[in-house]
Ligand binder design. Structure first.
Ligand SMILES: Nc1ncnc2c1ncn2[C@@H]1O[C@H](COP(=O)(O)OP(=O)(O)OP(=O)(O)O)[C@@H](O)[C@H]1O
Ligand SMILES: [Mg+2]
Length: 333
């Protein structure tokens, strides 16, 4: 098995934390990183804005509180039917980020309770592979744990090895991303969903699934779906709205957080926050689109030498097609 954060390389920023080594590195690296107090080179600041900050959103806080309660509920519940959490929302609303931040907080808190890094792995993070089969799913867990899997080992044997390792490592939280990729209308998809249920009964951990529009997916239909729906609470992760005063305050808080995190030489405080309403209209409240727009504007400002974000600059940047379509006025018929 692999432990420790290891040496940082240029490719680390692109590594998805789907192995123990990458997960540990992710947990111990608080983004974004700029060395010392500056001044920083243009290259360092380009790197910084490419990564940028992760901010707390109202939905993140709600999900975190809900998960905390569920984990206490499950703490002494050794039998089956442990409770779980579903995070459902449209694309690019921050589901994966929320899942990873939940995992990071729990991992660090657990480690602090044990007084430093020990041979344990409180959190496992897994993305459902495309066209997943039950065997692929346990192999993915084995890959995360860096367990040697022989070519002759069958699914049951790999499952045993994975469950034993997770028991031994004291894993308490299993995070599964892109659960909507499990199409339970197909035989293989249904069997893979059964495998998930089997794992959740054998591993004494709380399971959290995140995916796109889970409530409308086949995952919750039929008798299998009813079982899952009977155990899992759902929290929706919608785009941020901009209607009520409270919603505007939350959105502006998010934009202000990004404003304060900008590292542009000619940037003035609140130069971005004053465009909060415009930014909402452009991004339709999707945090992924907001982050992309602000980061690209910052990068353009550094490359162009203006070193500040203006509304004109924001207007010049094309966003992802989803945001562009949603922000476009409907065509006249
Ligand atoms: N809380 C946050 N603070 C700042 N930026 C965020 C936050 N959440 C998400 N982002 C930004 O939005 C991008 C998209 O987020 P993420 O990948 O978590 O969305 P998603 O809902 O999982 O998307 P998909 O449905 O495509 O999987 C992230 O790469 C990050 O740049
Ligand atoms: Mg995602």
């Amino acid at each position: 098995m692999v432990t420790g954060a290891g040496r940082k390389t240029d490719n680390d920023a692109y590594a998805s934390p789907t192995t123990w080594r990458e997960w540990t590195r992710f947990v111990h690296t608080e983004p974004p990183c700029l060395p010392g107090t500056g001044p920083w080179s243009a290259e360092e600041r380009l790197d910084y804005h490419s990564q940028f900050v992760i901010l707390s959103t109202p939905t993140m806080a709600k999900i975190s509180l809900t998960l905390r309660r569920i984990m206490i509920l499950n703490r002494r519940h050794n039998g089956t039917a442990r409770r779980g959490l579903l995070i459902s929302g449209p694309p690019t609303t921050g589901k994966t980020t929320t899942l990873q931040q939940l995992g990071r907080s729990f991992h660090l808190a657990d480690q602090a309770r044990h007084g430093g890094p020990v041979e344990c792995l409180p959190v496992v993070f897994l993305s459902v592979p495309p066209a997943a089969t039950p065997k692929m799913l346990v192999c993915e867990l084995a890959r995360f744990l860096d367990l040697p899997i022989g070519t002759t080992m069958n699914q049951a044997r790999i499952t045993d090895v994975v469950c034993a390792a997770l028991h031994q490592l004291g894993t308490r939280l299993v995070l599964v991303d892109d659960i909507h990729l499990l199409n339970t209308r197909t035989r293989v998809g249904a069997e893979t969903s059964d495998q998930m249920k089997h794992l959740s009964e054998r591993i004494p951990a709380t399971f959290v699934y995140a995916g796109v529009a889970i409530e409308a997916s086949p995952l919750l239909t039929g008798s299998r779906g009813a079982q899952l729906a009977g155990r899992f609470k759902m929290v929706r992760n919608p785009p941020l709205a901009y209607g009520s005063n409270a919603q505007r305050t939350a959105w502006e808080g998010l934009v202000r957080g990004m404003d304060q995190a900008l590292r542009l030489q000619a940037h003035r405080p609140d130069a971005l926050t004053r465009h909060a309403a415009y930014l909402h209209q452009r991004t339709v409240g999707r945090i992924g689109s907001l982050s992309a727009l602000v980061r690209e504007a910052a990068i353009a400002a550094i490359l162009g030498g203006t070193e500040k974000i203006t509304k004109r600059l924001l207007e010049d940047i094309d966003l992802d097609e989803l945001a562009e379509q949603a922000a476009r006025p409907p065509a006249r018929t």
